[in-house]
Design a protein. Sequence first.
Length: 171
Amino acid sequence: MYIQIEEPTEKISTAAVKVWRISNTIGHGLALLITGALIVCSEMFDWFGWISIILYILGGIIVLSSIYTILIEPFFLQRTWRYKIDQQFVQLKHGKWYEKHTLIPMEKVEYVRTEQGPIMRRYALYNIEIGTTTSNHVIPAIPSEEAQKLKAEIATYAKIQDTDFVEGERA
């Protein structure tokens, strides 16, 4: 009655750890900079005392959060992310403490897109976004050549027409 589905085995790039650490460092650095500026303003302009207390607490929370999201989380995310693509399904599995296993039937796939920001471009990585009617799913940090191959493979299995032609290409 039930079909046997193999566990996903493909791993994302190990460079994902560096990319996530750089990205999280930038985000937390900006948050600390803004909080620090507000603390300076609070002291200079003699704001209410409770505002300074809240800003110091917020700064402490940001520091604790940055320790986790810069040093610990990227390592666990990279080690636990798995995916598998076959003619019937796209499987995504990730999580250390809260494990999430997503199974996307190829019939439900409406689009496949690759995304790359400036930090990911430096490490030649792409995110693959798979869209369905009700949601979208991302396979993060796939090396450039493999990402293009996977995008074409998913589009072929899902029978998606490629409308993103480069100028001069023919269908």
